[in-house]
Design a binder for this molecule. Structure first.
Ligand code: FAD
Length: 451
């Protein structure tokens, strides 16, 4: 008899995990997925981070296909297995895609000479699902899981977990009276809450004194400029990643998540503060001929990197939103035609102060881009800040991503060490591989035939 698996978070990791289970004959009735967002039929565009497929549901739909980017996968399972898992995630997106033939892979091959004196250029393959198809993919995928018996509990935020009693709670302890008979029990738990749940992950890490791995700070700005200045590079690599490393100072910088053609800056809200990200629309009617990307700095060796980043972010929030600086431009509009929320500043002093000396690296990055892309000059702007709160990463067993002290609790996706869709999905599938292999070798022979 299969055990009861509860997945907290119907995001990329949780949904890929459930799919892998169902595909291998695990009874869907034994899987419960709880999410604080909505199902794909009800989820509005404004709910960027929550609901079916999580942050991946309204993302830019770019599935990176390389182990060197997007967080950790190969550290757990080796290069070859990681690539196999990535294939499974990409195949799932194709499988539920209304037009799978449109899922294309861009695979640039050579670093152009004009970049070399100033930047390294990371070139890697990316599969493009297409933002405009994500909604349909979500609906098809959801229907498949529901048809196979998987239970979904929507608009329900899990607020505490008793790892010893194997129970999940919502709300305050007094408010347990509800139609679903909370608390819900589990035999095995997958904690797949993504970025929108990192405060919850942190709370659990504190409550259970979970040992964690040290993390760097990842912070910077979202850079935006007319696409024409970067066209020479975009022709070589649509998703170009410029990078540079200052080994001795423990600092590295990279351009992050480049969007072109119909490129929009998006506001993210975490812990009540605003930060920025970007996305691109596929539909030609959204074309604005802009390019945006994060300039993200990774700083090693900062004590309490999480607190440090949060403190910086709150210092560069004003009047309830982030900041915009440009020598010549004004903030752009969102894909819905509204102004991107930001307070425009004319001087960078307060920003430099908040970054405690580290902003110089970003200044230099922009200065060198002006050399590589000579028409750029002062025709650019930055939205401040862009931040990646790397959740305090609990120490897990590498063979199944279970907590070292609770081997029936698995952390996956952005709640662990993933950054992005492919790695998050791969981590969900990896855990399932291991659950089936270790706990049900005889019950699921289909799995072993395919393995
Ligand atoms: C605007 C934007 C664009 C992006 N574009 C790309 C891209 O093009 N390519 C790429 O690789 N990555 C992209 N990303 C990142 C990518 O979406 C995430 O890395 C990925 O979705 C993480 O998967 P996950 O399953 O770990 O978490 P998520 O997909 O975020 O899912 C987590 C789920 O958990 C639920 N949840 C959280 N806390 C609780 C709780 N306490 N109780 C119940 N439910 C809870 C949330 O509602 C959510 O549905 C983008 C992100 C954003 C915000």
């Amino acid at each position: 008899m299969a055990e009861k698996l509860v997945i907290v978070g119907a995001g990329v990791a949780g949904v890929n995990a459930a799919t892998k289970l169902v595909d291998n004959g695990f009874p869907g009735e034994n899987i419960t997925i709880i999410d604080m967002g909505k199902d794909p039929y009800l989820r509005p565009y404004s709910e960027v981070m929550t609901g079916f497929l999580g942050a991946g549901g309204w993302s830019d739909g770019k599935l990176t296909y390389h182990t060197a980017i997007g967080g950790h996968m190969s550290k757990y399972c080796g290069e070859e297995k990681a690539m196999e898992l990535f294939d499974e995630v990409i195949n799932n997106f194709k499988r539920f895609h209304p037009k799978p033939e449109e899922v294309q892979c861009s695979n640039p091959i050579a670093e152009p000479d004009f970049i070399k004196p100033y930047f390294g250029l990371r070139l890697f393959p990316v599969w493009h699902v297409g933002t405009d198809y994500l909604h349909e993919i979500g609906k098809n995928w959801y229907d498949f899981l529901v048809d196979n018996g998987v239970e979904f509990i929507w608009e329900t935020k899990v607020t505490s977990i008793d790892f010893d009693a194997q129970e999940l709670f919502i709300g305050e302890e007094e408010s347990f009276i509800n139609p679903k008979n909370w608390p819900i029990n589990y035999d095995r738990l997958m904690f797949a809450v993504g970025k929108s749940g990192i405060d919850f992950g942190k709370q659990l890490a504190t409550d259970y004194k979970l040992p964690t791995e040290p993390k760097p700070v990842q912070i910077g700005v979202r850079f935006e400029a007319p696409q024409k200045h970067f066209q020479k590079l975009i022709d070589v690599s649509y998703d170009f990643k410029l990078y540079r490393k200052f080994e001795e100072e423990g600092v590295s910088l990279r351009s992050f998540c480049t969007n072109n053609n119909a490129a929009y800056v998006a506001v993210e809200e975490t812990y009540g503060d605003h930060s920025y990200n970007g996305h691109a629309k596929k539909d030609e009617s959204f074309r604005n001929d802009m390019t945006n990307f994060g300039i993200l700095m990774e700083v090693q060796g900062i004590d309490e990197p999480f607190t440090w980043s949060r403190d910086l972010v709150s210092k560069v929030n004003k009047e309830g939103t982030g900041l915009y600086y440009s020598p010549t431009r004004t903030p752009s509009t969102t894909s819905e035609g509204e102004n991107v929320s930001a307070v425009t500043i004319s001087e960078m002093d307060e920003v430099r102060e908040a970054f405690q000396g580290y902003y110089t690296y970003i200044d230099d990055f922009i200065d060198d881009m002006k050399k590589v892309f000579p028409t750029l000059e002062d025709d650019w702007g930055v939205y401040i800040p862009e931040v990646k709160y790397l959740s305090p990463e609990p120490l897990v067993n590498y063979d199944d991503l279970s907590l070292v002290d609770y081997d029936n609790v698995h952390f996956v996706g952005d709640a662990l060490s993933a950054r992005g869709i492919t790695v998050s999905g791969a981590q969900g599938i990896y855990v399932v591989d291991s659950i089936l292999e270790t706990h049900f070798p005889e019950e699921y022979p289909e799995f072993f035939e395919n393995y």
